[in-house]
Design a protein around this ligand. Structure first.
Ligand code: PRT
Ligand code: MG
Length: 227
């Protein structure tokens, strides 16, 4: 029996931090309360007030993996994460609803004073540091700009400051991290928000339990709560 069809509570995969925080009001709209906080509890499986639903806390980049293999029936992940994941692991996941939470943009940023337009115009080869290698590769290929990509797993903002890269591709929301590090945003690549994703097998085998939850997420995403 596949994990997705095993007789256990529906499992929702979330990452702690902004996705967890912004999902709570959506769950409340569906009458679901999470009984412990991932910030204070060390538990990785969090109970809810519904015996039929549990939450697992995983790294943001691991959410699609848990859902794809059916270890979680549903999950919430950013478009940034889903796009990179699907490059090497296509299929197995439905991506039905844009929840409009954890919004930000994916942008190119450089050190203040670096002449990005000129570097691009001259056809120089740019060194780009990023966690988002697929998005970055496709973005620069579509502009006809040659790039060497350097894969990083965090603190991308450091790379231009210490000569590791000419530019970074990273997420920006308020822009204060860029400002604090004397970087400037020179190009927006995409608007990002988080999506509800569903294991395809679970959609068939657990549909009667999943559908009310999906409907509640849809209603909550269309009519965001007032607080
Ligand atoms: O932090 P960790 O390494 O554990 O994992 P993660 O960074 O993948 O997870 P998390 O929780 O930080 O982000 C989860 C999801 O939130 C991402 O996949 C995005 O879809 C979404 N999101 C929305 C963001 C941001 N806004 C955001 N601002 N993710 C990251 N950031 C970072 C950004 O990388 C940069 O370092 O915040 C910094 C910029 O913020 P501002 O406000 O200073 O511009
Ligand atoms: Mg982070």
């Amino acid at each position: 029996m596949s994990p997705a069809s095993a007789n256990r509570p529906l499992t929702l995969a979330l990452s702690k931090g902004r996705i967890f925080d912004e999902t709570l009001p959506l769950l409340e709209e569906a009458g679901i309360k999470v009984l412990e906080s991932p910030e204070t509890s060390r538990k990785l499986i969090l109970p809810t007030n519904s015996p039929d639903l549990q939450i697992i806390i995983v790294r943001a980049t691991d959410v699609p993996t848990y859902v794809q293999y059916g270890a979680a029936h549903i999950g919430i992940a950013g478009k940034d994460v889903l796009y990179e994941h699907s490059e090497h692991h296509p299929g197995g996941i439905y991506q039905p609803i844009d929840l409009n939470i954890a919004r930000c943009r994916m942008s190119v940023a450089v050190a203040e004073g670096f002449d990005y337009d000129n570097a691009v115009r001259k056809g120089s080869r740019l060194r780009i540091a990023t966690k988002y290698t697929r998005a970055a590769r496709e973005h620069f290929a579509s502009k006809g700009v040659y790039v060497d990509l350097i894969k990083l797993y965090g603190s991308m903002e450091l790379a231009p400051l210490v000569g590791l890269a000419d530019a970074i591709v990273d997420l920006v929301s308020t822009g204060s991290t860029l400002r604090a590090n004397h970087l400037e945003e020179v190009e927006e690549i995409a608007q990002i928000s988080s999506r509800l994703i569903i294991n395809q097998a679970a959609m068939k085998t657990r549909q009667t339990e999943l559908q009310p939850l999906i409907n509640a997420f849809m209603r909550a995403a269309v009519e965001p709560p007032l607080n």
